[in-house]
Write a protein of this length. Sequence first.
Length: 643
Amino acid sequence: MLQRVLSILLLPAALLLARIAPPPAVPAPVTLTEPTPADTPGRTADVIYGAAGSVFYILRPQDSALTTVCADAFGMREDAPDNTAAFQTAVDYCRAHPDTRLVITPGVYRFTQTSALVLRGLRNVRIEGAGARFIFCAPGRQILVTDCESLEIHALTIDYDRVNDPIDDVVVIQNADPKSHTLDFRFFEKTDADAAMPLQAVTQCDPHSFTFGTSGSAKEVYFTMLEQPILRVDKVSSNVLRITHDGCMDGFEDGETYILRHHIYDGEGIRTENSAHVTYSDMHIYGGVGCFFVFGVGASHFQILGTCVGVDPQDTTGAHVSTSADAIHIANTNGRFRVEGCDISRQGDDALNVHDGLGCIESVSGDTVTMFASAFRLIPGDTLRFKDEAFQDIPDFAAVIVAAADAAGTRKTVRFDRDVSAVLHPGCIARNTAADSSGYVLRGNYIHENRARGFLLQSSCGLCENNRFCKTQMQAIKVVVDIIPSLWQEGTGVNTLEIRGNTFGQCVVGEKSEVITFATQLNGRPADGCVFENIEITGNTFSDFPRRLVNASNVNGFRFADNIVRTGHSGSALRFGTYCENVRIHANVWQGKGAWLAGIPRCRKLRTWIFLHAAPSGQPNRAGQNAVSGSACANNECLCEEP
């Protein structure tokens, strides 16, 4: 009642401010609409409807046009110690014979070579797993798909040889001694622990389900990011290792349970590049040492359908991690993709990360720069444009890459077609105009029990619809521009993202963050201005989250409407930081003992414009009451202060 009274009293002031200082315009949404493809013999077209009326098409081989061959004819055998050569021969046949269906007889096939299986130059080819299982036995890239068009891999199961090279173990902490920087790893399910095993990361987990994160805590250490974190490993007993460290685990306590990863970024499952119209359908991915589905330079019009990434329910090795890093990683592509009907769980990092890379300039000399560029497209002939260290465009300036080479660490040396020293300086940020991973649909997926985020969405024109997020360790969805020069540089800003009809339950298991984040982090400081535009969060259901629901900064054009929010926390569920403009919140239903305050947003006193519109007559809001109406925050006259 008090809130409604305040909103009525503030309405005249809000209207006056609106006349004095109207909000800046919201840029037009991004719409990517392709013409209907011409009829192509031997191909069918999947039509995908995306955000803001976008339409694009993904072509697949047409079953009736395919000639079937069996992989057995090329020497693939279950009893073969290594099937690399036989499978490669079968693929070479498919390259020479477009319109082929390659059927793999059900069975278990081992691949022991460290070199990848290369699917190159395939046209109108369908690889039919038919229940076959590929076991890869060494780190590195497993499959490379390149220069392919209209390729589908269907019903294939892929796993890793965990018996001889485990991806993970579960350990319980005992005898933790911060003074001596020692503790013991007691292996929960292993009877004999090898003191020479690789130790790459430890992440706190639920002591009962052995899934990432536990209520109220999410301790972890990435040993690979530290200079010399492990000083000594001693075998105390058959299943106990004593770790002497540099102090990085002084906060660990006796009785805590952790997932220990022996691999993180030691390979890739399937990399797709320089290919279009590629489909992965009804697959089962039960293990991988690194990101599994990786889409890179030159990839466009691809999709993952009905696929499971998780731990094999029949596993007997004590596995608790599916892939050791991202399940799906998309970077520097040409976009137009779909992920639908997938079950993704227990991966060691994000379920899906889509972004284009950036370069952070370290030094400038004439036509040559050195930049931090860990995952940035640097191909001679590409045109780069630039932003300053505050992420503001440097207008009317571009440079073409003449040559690029590796320098130390993540640094690259880039030579341009002109002298750039008068315009660029250390701290400037480069983006490649040839990379644009925009245009995607993420629909009907189940994302659960993984480390890190559900979806990390850093490209434009995205539709995230009818997914279910459950027990993600960190945010269910994060939209970010993130630059830590020596580690990563990713995210070019987002225009048009629709998050609708999803269910979010028990997310943010470690209680380290909010359920959905919009943020910028440029080497320790936020961007000056809006970099996320036309954001809509509508028709979703949120429940059982630790406290904050949305934390947003640098957003112009934000709509939060028609959602159901169930919360037991009386604090604000919505927070708006600096550079938020044209924000609308209306027609939401707030339920639970904390609902009477949860719907009141917090906002920083800077360039913020918030309207809370009344719900249509008869629609409940805030535990059955009508929506608050009339409150507003205007530029530099914010009526909703950050406490």
